[in-house]
Design a protein around this ligand. Structure first.
Ligand SMILES: CC(C)(COP(=O)(O)OP(=O)(O)OC[C@H]1O[C@@H](n2cnc3c(N)ncnc32)[C@H](O)[C@@H]1OP(=O)(O)O)[C@@H](O)C(=O)NCCC(=O)NCCS
Length: 201
């Protein structure tokens, strides 16, 4: 039996479970700190996130918040965190993708891109050639990252955002939905608009 433990019984977790099944997992157990959650789709929530140690299997942390995702993955780093890739995603043979990263349906990762651990490359997102995407980064649904872009750890690129080529975005940023990034972002913070401006929320 190939068993996957998914931490985070959310809608995102449900999508991860579908991808896991397509990757040959025949047993999927969920863990969540919200004790009222008993099911995630057709799968059972069997315990709190702290209880994964009691179960055998590979682990994916399916939690959008990068701080929580990294804390949980790093706390059980000796366990196996697979790289889950939806069969419809297009991944260059020269791309490198870290452990615990999930690549969702119709995403594209092009030549010589490097994607860190614990990332989410969401549905229909693209990461072009020679990009360096840090750990625990989320490239949201339909966001597009042009060639030779650097994105620092734990940055979240919002849905439908566009990042122009040769740009660096430091870690700990939120780039809002639909934003366009055309210059380097050197200070952590939240940025929205076309082109982006920092917003003090
Ligand atoms: C940037 C973001 C995180 C801010 O969220 P928030 O802290 O709840 O901020 P608010 O909704 O209170 O908005 C604060 C202000 O910023 C503006 N704003 C927020 N998001 C914006 C965006 N993406 N583009 C332009 N302006 C935006 C709001 O209109 C508001 O302006 P106002 O004060 O003039 O009315 C959020 O709007 C966003 O874009 N999230 C991305 C969601 C996403 O990508 N989900 C993907 C799941 S796969």
């Amino acid at each position: 039996m190939k068993q996957l433990l998914i931490v985070g019984a959310s809608g995102h977790g449900k999508v991860v479970a579908d991808i896991a099944e397509l990757n040959g997992y025949d047993s999927i157990l969920f863990f969540d700190d919200n004790e009222t959650l008993k099911k995630c789709g057709k799968h059972t929530v069997v315990g709190y996130s702290s209880e994964i140690d009691r179960y055998e299997g590979d682990i994916i942390v399916a939690i959008g918040n990068a701080e929580i995702r990294s804390r949980i993955q790093d706390s059980v780093a000796s366990r196996n965190f697979p790289t889950l890739i939806h069969p419809s995603a297009v991944i260059s043979p020269s791309a490198q993708i870290g452990s615990g990263t999930v690549v969702m349906a119709n995403a594209v990762i092009n030549a010589d891109a490097v994607v860190g651990k614990g990332c989410i490359i969401n549905t229909c997102a693209s990461v072009d050639h020679d990009c360096v995407i840090g750990d625990y980064v989320h490239i949201s649904v339909g966001a597009h990252i042009a060639g030779t872009v650097d994105i620092g750890n734990k940055t979240w690129i919002g849905i439908g955002a566009t990042v122009s080529n040769n740009v660096s975005i430091c870690g700990g940023c939120i780039i809002g939905a639909g934003a366009v990034v055309i210059r380097d972002v050197n200070e952590s913070g939240t940025y929205v608009g076309v082109p982006i401006k920092r917003c003090l929320l």
